[in-house]
Design a binder for this molecule. Structure first.
Ligand code: CU
Length: 124
């Protein structure tokens, strides 16, 4: 059985909606959150027990909702382009053991983004 996770992003809110068999998740884009300014909340979304088919890069537009289907096991770093230097990132993980952590850990990120990505991955 396959499950598909869908991520929808907007300037004020983001939603991950699963298939009928999957859970729904919400990821909010906040000007100010518990973890500081310009944050995704939660920082980490772990979509477990799903065996999706493939993954695609996506780009949202400001103030527009974007739906994205995550169809490949692994970790995805979502960044808010204007606030990326301030560390506005979120991590979506599909599956229990992301195979692409090395790539994410060696990627060049702004300091605050690196801090938040590492924090999210440490919660896995
Ligand atoms: Cu932002």
């Amino acid at each position: 059985m396959k499950s598909i996770a869908t991520l929808a992003l907007a300037a004020s809110a983001a939603v991950i909606a699963g298939s009928a068999a999957a859970a729904d998740f919400k990821v909010h884009m906040l000007n100010k959150g518990a973890d500081g300014v310009t944050v995704f909340d939660p920082l980490l979304t772990n979509v477990k027990d799903m065996i999706p088919d493939g993954a695609a890069a996506f780009r949202g537009k400001t103030n527009e909702t974007v739906k994205q289907t995550f169809s490949m096991p692994g970790a995805c770093v979502i960044k808010c382009l204007p606030h990326f230097p301030m560390g506005m990132v979120a991590v979506v993980v599909v599956g229990d053991a992301p195979a692409n952590l090395d790539k994410i850990e060696s990627a060049k990120l702004p300091n605050k983004a690196r801090e938040r990505v590492d924090k999210a991955l440490s919660e896995l």
